[in-house]
Write a protein that binds this ligand. Structure first.
Ligand SMILES: N[C@@H](CCC(=O)N[C@@H](CS)C(=O)NCC(=O)O)C(=O)O
Length: 208
């Protein structure tokens, strides 16, 4: 049977979707692409997803998906036992949505605008300011997430895809040392998730 094809780059947001597939026990094919402007694999990525972002997922019927949370929804639809999203009627479902959408709609875009700020502002000083302000805003949001994080998982006793976002995103800027010093609860969640049997190979492949 044809498998879904995930386009991604090592250590990028596709790691979150790879973790979701692993928990769901769904096999998939993987294609490494580099989204940077001058990369030889960018044309291939653009051909599939004109946004030029990873993760990009091609379903077996040819449907193309962008957006990690949309992918997690579709994995949850076919494998609810993986526990990615609290089910309908569960009091934690709205809490899950609140923070999952905050992560993808507020935290994640700080990278979109800060990773390569010259894409968005013409002058060097403005680019430096944009990088610094998006980095600072992200740190503020992570501190806020730390203040509401549960234990052993973000939602308390219930594991969810939020823990997968935390496991990968605490590997990104401002770097693990910053997270260890400022968000110990999030780091504990990240480590717990990374140590799950199904996720160890995914995390190793992406983050070494
Ligand atoms: N909201 C998207 C964000 C995806 C995203 O920003 N991915 C980064 C890599 S981790 C990327 O492709 N950056 C290149 C760009 O935005 O041009 C998601 O949740 O999947």
């Amino acid at each position: 049977m044809k498998k879904p094809l995930l386009l991604g780059c090592q250590g990028c947001g596709n790691a979150i979707v790879e973790c979701a597939f692993a928990l769901a026990g769904i096999p998939f094919d993987y294609e490494e692409v580099d989204y940077s402007a001058d990369s030889p694999t960018r044309p291939r990525l653009l051909e599939v997803n004109p946004l030029g972002q990873v993760p990009t997922l091609v379903l077996p019927d040819g449907t193309v998906m962008a957006e990690s949370l949309a992918m997690i929804h579709s994995i949850d639809d076919v494998a609810p036992k993986a526990g990615l999203i609290p089910p309908k009627g569960d009091a934690l479902r709205p809490v899950f949505y609140r923070w999952a959408i905050h992560i993808i709609a507020a935290v994640y875009p700080t990278f979109t605008y800060g990773d390569d700020p010259k894409k968005w502002v013409a002058d060097e000083t403005g680019a430096k300011q944009l990088r610094a302000s998006t980095d600072a805003h992200r740190q503020e949001m992570w501190r806020r997430l730390e203040s509401v994080a549960g234990s052993p998982w973000f939602l308390g006793e219930r594991r969810s895809a939020l823990d997968l976002y935390i496991a990968s995103m605490t590997r990104w800027r401002p770097g693990r040392k910053w997270f260890e010093a400022n968000t110990p609860k999030l780091v504990a969640i990240a480590e717990r998730a990374s140590a799950l049997e199904e996720l160890t190979p995914v995390m190793k492949k992406n983050f070494g």
